[in-house]
Design a protein around this ligand. Structure first.
Ligand SMILES: Cc1cc2nc3c(=O)[nH]c(=O)nc-3n(C[C@H](O)[C@H](O)[C@H](O)COP(=O)(O)O)c2cc1C
Length: 181
């Protein structure tokens, strides 16, 4: 049975490398995984005062998480941790506590950076937050896609062959992980 995977991209930038990699994951997805980006850019700041009377955009977003069978985070690293917009999206998805939209569904994380370290800090931070969100995270393979500019072909959107191979290996492992739940 085909599983729905909500792709959460941690950058709002139009020319985001993370979004480009997320789109490549969509292109490489095996038949049994349907990957779709769930947008986070319209989400207002989380505020506990209104979590029981949330704005419509929070509800629409949570519905998309609720409809998903699994989650794939693709994010940059900002100042060795994660972008605030991604953290905000995590909070909104998790609240109110009895309506945690992440709860118990499998996930995985990929970080992408022009830098050498490939967003290691952000990758670990997402895994840390996943403990509280209650997303069982795939442990291996880890995916730190560093030096991304060198991994894109001249068109600026297609990843090179080696990266494609790695991304497909990652997806194969993720499909197995998702099917365990
Ligand atoms: C506020 C800010 C902080 C950043 N901190 C880091 C960092 O800690 N580690 C890193 O590898 N890159 C860092 N960068 C560079 C980003 O990796 C780079 O801008 C990247 O292209 C962002 O991802 P995107 O292309 O998907 O938008 C930072 C960029 C910004 C704007």
């Amino acid at each position: 049975m085909q599983k729905k995977v909500a792709l959460i991209v941690g950058s709002l930038r139009k020319e985001s490398f993370n979004r480009k990699v997320a789109n490549e994951f969509i292109r490489f997805a095996p038949d049994n995984l349907k990957l779709e980006i769930v947008e986070i850019k319209e989400l207002s700041f989380f505020n506990e005062d209104i979590e029981n009377n949330p704005p419509q955009e929070w509800l629409d977003y949570k519905k998309q998480l609720d409809d998903a069978d699994a989650f794939l985070f693709v994010s940059p690293e900002y100042n060795r941790t994660i972008p605030g917009v991604l953290k905000n999206a995590m909070e909104i998805g998790a609240r109110p506590p009895k309506e945690n939209s992440w709860k118990g569904k499998p996930g995985a994380v990929v970080t992408v950076s022009p830098g050498l370290i490939g967003g290691l800090g952000a990758n670990q931070t997402i895994r840390e937050a996943a403990v509280s969100l209650n997303i069982p995270m795939m442990q291996q393979p880890e995916a730190y896609i560093g030096q991304i500019k060198d991994k894109l072909l001249e068109d600026g959107v297609t990843v090179n062959e080696k990266t494609e191979k790695f991304m497909k290996t990652f997806l194969e492992a993720f499909e197995i992980w998702v099917n365990r739940f």
